[in-house]
Design a protein around this ligand. Structure first.
Ligand SMILES: Nc1ncnc2c1ncn2[C@@H]1O[C@H](COP(=O)(O)OP(=O)(O)OP(=O)(O)O)[C@@H](O)[C@H]1O
Ligand SMILES: [Mg+2]
Length: 322
C-alpha cells in the first residue's frame, strides 16, 4: 500500500503545430519532459514555475483532459489500465478549481443547476437527494440558500469561486487541483478563499495540488513543493527545506525575489528565451545560470537528492560556484 494518492511517472507531452507558408511542416513542441512527481495523501502539494512552464498542462493530464505518454497512478491504480467505466468512476474522485471564476461558471445556468450538474452527469443519487446535497454544499462554502436561484453575474469574484468550490466538492472527491484559485481575486478576498480551502481539506481529508505564482502563499500552506522550468521539475521537496536551503540556481533566483524590494513581492521572474531554451540538449536553465559549465549545455541533469535529505531533490550538475 502506497502513501501517495497520486504518482506521476515519466510524463511526456507534446503539441504539434503547423509551420511554413502552406502549413505543411509539422513541428513538435515538447511541453513536458520526462516529468515525475508524487503527491502524498492528505497533503497540499505546491507547484510553482514561470508562465508557460507547463503547470496547467500537467493539471489537464492528471485529469485525463488531454493525451500524454507516461503513467499516472491514483493510489495503486494505473489510469492507463482502466476501462471507460472505471475511469468515469475514478474521475469523480479528482476535480479542479480554475483560476477564473468569471469564465468557469455557465452564465446561463442558475447556481443550483451549476452545483447539481456533476451529480446529474454521474447519476449518483435521485432528484430529492441531489436537492439536499446542493443545499448542503452551498452552506458548506459559506453562502446562503437563496444563492441557488441566482445567476453567476449576480455574484462577486470571491462568491463565484465559492460556488466553483461547491461544484468541485459535489461528488465527494479525494483530490482537488487548484489552478491559481485566488490569483484573479481581490487581495482581501484571497485570504478568505484560502482559509475556506484549508478548512475543507481538513474537514474532508482532501489532497490538493496547488498551482500558484504566489511564493508567500505556497510557503504558508503547502507541505511539499515542486518547481517547474520549461516542462521539467528542477527541484522538489518539503516546503521549508526548499525555501530555507534552495539548491537549484533557478530556485535560488526565484526565492530571492521574495526578499528584493525592486521586484513584485512573491511573483515569479520571467527570464526565459523560448527559442534557445527549447533547442538545448542539457539543462534548460543553462543560459541564465551563473554557475554553468560546458557539461550543463550538453548533458541534462537528473532530479536527484543531495546527501542527507532524500526527499529534497534537484536537477543540477553544479549547484554551487565551481
Ligand atoms: N492546446 C495547445 N496547443 C499548443 N500549445 C499549447 C496548448 N496548450 C498549452 N500550450 C503551450 O504549452 C505551454 C505550457 O502551457 P501551460 O498553460 O501549461 O503553462 P502554465 O505553466 O500553466 O502557465 P501560466 O502560469 O501562465 O498559467 C505553453 O508554451 C503553451 O503555449
Ligand atoms: Mg496555467
Amino acid at each position: 500500500m502506497t502513501d501517495n494518492l497520486i504518482a506521476i511517472q515519466n510524463i511526456e507531452k507534446s503539441y504539434f503545430t503547423r509551420q511554413g507558408l502552406l502549413g505543411w511542416d509539422k513541428h513538435e513542441e515538447r511541453i513536458l519532459k520526462n516529468l515525475s512527481l508524487n503527491i502524498k495523501t492528505n497533503q497540499i502539494f505546491g507547484l510553482i514555475g514561470e508562465s508557460g512552464s507547463g503547470k496547467s498542462t500537467l493539471a489537464k493530464i492528471i485529469l485525463l483532459m488531454t493525451k500524454f505518454k507516461g503513467d499516472i497512478y491514483f493510489k495503486d491504480l494505473n489510469l492507463n489500465d482502466l476501462n471507460r467505466a472505471e475511469l468515469r468512476k475514478l474521475r469523480s474522485k479528482m476535480q479542479i478549481v480554475f483560476q477564473n471564476p468569471y469564465s468557469s461558471l455557465n452564465p446561463m445556468h442558475r447556481i443550483g443547476e451549476i452545483i447539481a450538474e456533476p451529480l446529474k452527469i454521474h447519476k449518483v443519487m435521485d432528484h430529492i437527494a441531489i436537492g439536499n446535497r446542493v443545499n448542503e454544499l452551498i452552506e458548506l462554502v459559506g453562502l446562503s440558500l437563496d444563492a441557488l436561484n441566482k445567476y453567476p453575474h449576480e455574484f462577486s469574484g470571491g462568491q463565484r469561486q465559492r460556488i466553483a468550490i461547491a461544484r468541485a466538492l459535489s461528488l465527494n472527491p479525494e483530490f482537488l487541483i487548484l489552478d491559481e484559485p485566488v490569483s484573479a481575486l481581490d487581495v482581501s478576498v484571497q485570504a478568505q478563499i484560502i482559509n475556506l480551502l484549508v478548512d475543507l481539506k481538513n474537514q474532508f481529508n482532501l489532497t490538493y495540488l496547488f498551482i500558484s505564482h504566489n511564493l508567500d502563499l505556497v510557503r504558508l500552506i503547502c507541505d511539499e513543493i515542486a518547481i517547474m522550468y520549461f516542462g521539467q521539475i528542477i527541484e522538489t521537496g518539503p516546503t521549508e527545506l526548499v525555501y530555507q536551503n534552495p539548491q537549484h540556481p533557478y530556485t535560488k533566483l526565484l526565492l530571492s525575489c521574495i526578499l528584493k524590494p525592486d521586484t513584485t513581492i512573491g511573483s515569479l521572474p520571467i527570464i526565459n528565451d523560448e527559442r534557445t531554451v527549447k533547442s538545448l540538449r542539457g539543462c534548460p536553465f543553462f543560459q541564465h545560470c551563473p554557475y554553468a559549465q560546458n557539461k550543463c549545455q550538453d548533458v541534462a541533469p537528473l532530479l536527484e537528492a543531495s546527501s542527507g535529505e532524500p526527499n529534497h531533490q534537484f536537477a543540477c550538475h553544479y549547484p554551487e560556484p565551481a
